[in-house]
Every structure is written in structure tokens, then in C-alpha cells.
Write a protein that binds this ligand. Structure first.
Ligand code: KG4
Ligand code: ZN
Length: 348
């Protein structure tokens, strides 16, 4: 059994985890900074880095204790080296280097997106590590929307990606437009639960003949809809309002219509790409994979088996970094102590 300590500090979660053989979680600690950043309406990069400095060591200590593991039980330390906020990444990478050097352990730099991919290899809630390649992976996070075909461990081929906003970014921007705050995805999902998906006619960018996505037109359509409603609302409506100055049922109608537009495109294009490459299964990952409408639609509309991690493994965590690190370490992908952070590190 190989034990990997995973460390993740790429954005606004300070996380550490111990994972056995890339598939069994022994501990998974996440200290969220959401409350800290809420007052700014989004992630404040320097605050994020400083907070990681305060939180990381206690989080690592807790991860080891909960796993019942000492430093000598570990086989390697995996750490996110990009993509993400450079200052935030540096905290995790430098801490991991110190730990690896002082304990004589291999250091494994992990691409955050590869971490999201391997969240589907962790054996929880029916997800299995013994997948048959090729596997089609949809990564949908705050910064990325990518369709990847995986033909083996660590072998990625990009079929398409967003040409403008990422899906999570669209959720976050629409949340702001609707006065729902940060973090946007869960807030939009909650508002959408009370609305009709056909309340407002919103566009879907199909970009035919490609596996690319575009969400900026949809975001602009939401902005226009909000402006139109604001103009047509009378004073009485305005008084029953949300913080955006819209009636609550308008907010839920827009949220539901927007969410449906995103889900329709993500599901249709993923299924189409999976069939085209002869994938044996579809894996969905990244923060937006926590979206219930997306999870349900993918499962309903895909003729292939669909794997989606449980919610706690969709948003940023270190178990996924330890899992990805395990496969990288097994294939000899050990980093040196000059490992640098790369804010815009690509998966392929
Ligand atoms: O993967 P993640 O935690 O961080 C990045 O690597 O970017 O993804 C964060 C993104 C945010 O844009 C957030 O609004 C979105 O995931 N998100 C959701 C939901 N939960 C988180 N989007 C839609 N529905 C959700 N339930
Ligand atoms: Zn992420």
C-alpha cells in the first residue's frame, strides 16, 4: 500500500489529505476561506496566500493525525504547482518542498486539473479506479471548461475547451448580476430550484462541428434580461426585492433558465464527443460538477456510464491531488526541489 500526502493551495481552500494507492481516502481536510473572501465578492489573491500561510501546517497535521499516519509511513508528497494564483500556489509548493527535503520523501508536482480528473478514480459512492480507457473527461471548474480524452494514465488529448468564459465563471458572474453573491455556483443552484427552466428564453452556443464551448453570449443575454426586467418593473415589484432590485421569482426564473442553458450544452457536447472517440465512460469533474442539475442531466442523457465524484470531491480538495500524485509518482514523475509554480499551467 502506498500512502501519498496531498497538499492543495491553488485558490481559496487550504487542503491536505492522505490517500492510499490513489483510491482510498484516509483523511481529507479542507479549510475554506469563503467567509474571508465573501466581503470582497470574490477571491482576493493576496489575502488567500496569507491565509494559506496561517492554515496550512495545522491542516497537514490534522490530515496526518486523522489518517493515523506518521511521516515515516508516507511514500511521497504531492502538491499542486499550477494552475492557480501564483502567491497561493507558492505557499503549498514551498511547504511541500520543506517537508519532502527534511523527511527524505519524493516530491510530486501535480497539475490542479489532473487532480480534478483523478477525483473520479477515488473509490467512493460507486466510483471505481479500474476504468477501461479511453475515458472521456469533462472538466468544469471556475477557470476551466475542457473536454479531454484520456487514453491511459497521464495521457491526455484535448478535444475542445471554452473559447471565452469557463462554466464556473459564468455561474459566478450571473450570480453577481442577480445579486446572489459569492460563491456563485451554489447560490445560482439554490435560486434555480424555485424557478422554471423555461421562464426566460436564453441562447445556447452550440459551436457546431467542434467540442468547444462559449458562455459569454449567455452571460450577456442574462445581463440584457435583467436590464429589461428592471425597466419594466413597477415600484410595487421593486419593493419585494432581492439585493439586485429584482423580484424573487424573477431571480429564480433567470437562474433556472441560465442553469438549464449551461447544462444542455455541456451534456450534449460531452455525450457527442464521448461517442465519437469510442469512450467506455464519461467522467465529470471540477467545482461545477457539484451542480445537481448537471449531474442528473448527464446521468439521464448519456448512453454511457457516467462517473461524477461526490460533492466534497468536486470542489477543491487535496485528496484529488494525492490521487493524481500517486499515478504520477508510479510512472516516475518525481519533481526536484527547484519545482516552480506556473499560474497558467496547461494539462495538455
Ligand atoms: O474546482 P473549483 O472548486 O475551483 C477551481 O478550480 O476553479 O471550482 C469552483 C467553481 C466556481 O466557479 C463555483 O461557482 C463553481 O465551481 N461551483 C458550482 C457549484 N458549486 C461550485 N457551479 C454550479 N453549481 C454548483 N453547485
Ligand atoms: Zn479546482
Amino acid at each position: 500500500m502506498a500512502l501519498i500526502l496531498g497538499i492543495e493551495t491553488s485558490c481559496d481552500e487550504t487542503a491536505a489529505a492522505v490517500v492510499a494507492d490513489g483510491r482510498r481516502i484516509l483523511s481529507n481536510i479542507v479549510a475554506s476561506q469563503i467567509d474571508l473572501h465573501r466581503q470582497y465578492g470574490g477571491v482576493f489573491p493576496e489575502m488567500a496566500a496569507r491565509q494559506h500561510i496561517f492554515t496550512l501546517l495545522p491542516v497537514v497535521q490534522e490530515a496526518l493525525e486523522e489518517a493515523g499516519a506518521g511521516w515515516n509511513d508516507l511514500d511521497a508528497i504531492a502538491v499542486t504547482s499550477g494552475p492557480g494564483l501564483a502567491g497561493a500556489l507558492l505557499v503549498g509548493v514551498n511547504a511541500a518542498k520543506g517537508m519532502a527535503w527534511s523527511r527524505g520523501l519524493p516530491l510530486v508536482g501535480v497539475n490542479h486539473l489532473e487532480g480534478h480528473v483523478y477525483s473520479n478514480w477515488i473509490e467512493v459512492e460507486g466510483n471505481r479506479a479500474d476504468k477501461t480507457f479511453p475515458v472521456l473527461v469533462l472538466i468544469v471548474s471556475g477557470g476551466h471548461t475542457e473536454l479531454i480524452v484520456m487514453r491511459g494514465h497521464g495521457r491526455y488529448e484535448r478535444l475542445g475547451a471554452t473559447i471565452d468564459d469557463a462554466a464556473g465563471e459564468a455561474f459566478d458572474k450571473v450570480s453577481r448580476l442577480l445579486g446572489l453573491g459569492y460563491p456563485g455556483g451554489p447560490a445560482v443552484q439554490r435560486a434555480a430550484a424555485g424557478g422554471s427552466t423555461s421562464a426566460f428564453a436564453l441562447p445556447r452556443a452550440w459551436l457546431p462541428g467542434t467540442s468547444d464551448f462559449s458562455f459569454s453570449g449567455l452571460k450577456t443575454a442574462v445581463l440584457r434580461t435583467v436590464q429589461q426586467v428592471e425597466r419594466s418593473q413597477d415600484e410595487t415589484d421593486r419593493r419585494l426585492t432581492s439585493s439586485a432590485g429584482l423580484a424573487e421569482d424573477t431571480v429564480s426564473g433567470i437562474a433556472a433558465s441560465f442553469q438549464q442553458a449551461v447544462v444542455d450544452v455541456l451534456v450534449a457536447k460531452t455525450v457527442q464527443a464521448a461517442l465519437a472517440v469510442g469512450a467506455t465512460e464519461i467522467c465529470v469533474c471540477g467545482g461545477v460538477a457539484a451542480n445537481v442539475a448537471l449531474r442528473e442531466a448527464m446521468r439521464q442523457r448519456s448512453p454511457l456510464p457516467v462517473s461524477v465524484p461526490p460533492l466534497f470531491l468536486c470542489t477543491d480538495n487535496a485528496a484529488m491531488i494525492a490521487a493524481a500524485g500517486y499515478y504520477r509518482w508510479q510512472s516516475g514523475g518525481v519533481s526536484q526541489l527547484d519545482l516552480d509554480v506556473v499560474a497558467n499551467l496547461a494539462l495538455v
